[in-house]
Design a binder for this molecule. Structure first.
Ligand code: SAH
Length: 256
């Protein structure tokens, strides 16, 4: 996958891209990240990228010209494979659709992605309307720039690409992948400060362990993010389990 990021602060991307899974993925050429400075697409002496808002108000707005030109220049430099598969041009904005594991999956299917990072009071509306194909928010809060949001998106997408994670299996149980939160995990020592690892995990009985984990994942999701259960893809047995857990939680509350 080839990722293009438009930003006014290219240096922000250096360290996240040079550590861990990401570095390995780049070294192995599973993913390439090309950072473009929006300022390089200006034509005036001062390399102006922002201007006052029409109608007044505090703060500066990113001008449309350098952003359009940067995207057009990137577009003309890449040749999409057969079928001319769509090229997502994504603006990071608190007004976008809320990022999720599902969207990360969706994006991981493309061969190229362009991400645009806003700054200041945001970007000229014509970028929203006439340039981008998608707008993504990483949460209901306001950041001072799109860079951290772009990193979040790129990280979540890159780890889904084939070969990027050591073991594909490790993807499956993760929180949000199955629609549930992940079950509790333990490593050695078996007893730490008197706190023991649950017996079943030491039993070596794989079927029992799988059951326990599924039950814990459901229990945990029910406690922390009950709204996820409505959307989760549960089997009949699991739906019954949810029913039982709900009931027993209710009766526990009643006793307390
Ligand atoms: N005035 C704008 C916010 C500007 S914040 C508004 O109210 O919509 C400056 C830049 O930070 C934005 O252009 C965007 O690129 C980025 N940003 C801020 N919060 C974000 C979020 N939750 N998700 C993604 N990008 C965000």
């Amino acid at each position: 996958m080839h990722i293009y990021i438009l930003t006014l602060f290219p240096q922000m991307f250096q360290s996240p891209l040079s550590a861990g899974i990401f570095k390995r993925a780049i070294d192995q050429k599973l993913v390439s990240v090309n950072i473009h400075n929006i300022r390089d697409y200006t034509h005036d002496k001062h390399h102006t990228v922002d201007d006052y808002a029409y109608g007044g108000g505090a703060g500066m707005i990113l001008k449309p010209e350098p952003i359009f030109e940067a995207v057009e220049s990137i577009k003309s430099s890449i040749s999409l494979n057969q079928g001319g598969s769509m090229l997502p041009i994504i603006l990071l904005t608190p007004q976008g659709r809320l990022f999720s594991q599902q969207i990360a999956y969706e994006l991981s299917k493309y061969s190229h992605l362009i991400l645009i990072c806003g700054r200041y009071e945001g970007v000229d509306e014509r970028v929203h309307r006439h340039l981008v194909t998608d707008e993504i928010s990483i949460g209901d809060y306001v950041l001072s720039g799109g860079e951290l949001a772009a990193m979040v998106v790129v990280d979540a997408v890159a780890r889904l690409l084939p070969g990027v994670l050591g073991s594909e299996a490790s993807l499956l149980d993760n929180s949000h992948v199955s629609g549930l939160l992940e079950y509790p995990q333990y490593t050695r020592p078996a007893v730490y400060r008197g706190w023991s690892v649950p017996e079943v995990l030491l039993s070596g009985n794989h079927a029992q362990i799988a059951n326990w984990r599924r039950e814990q994942a459901i229990q945990r999701t029910l406690e922390r993010r009950p709204e996820l259960l409505d959307k989760a893809n549960l089997g009949l047995e699991e739906k019954r389990l949810v029913g039982r857990l709900k009931k027993s939680n209710l009766s526990r509350e009643f006793v307390e």
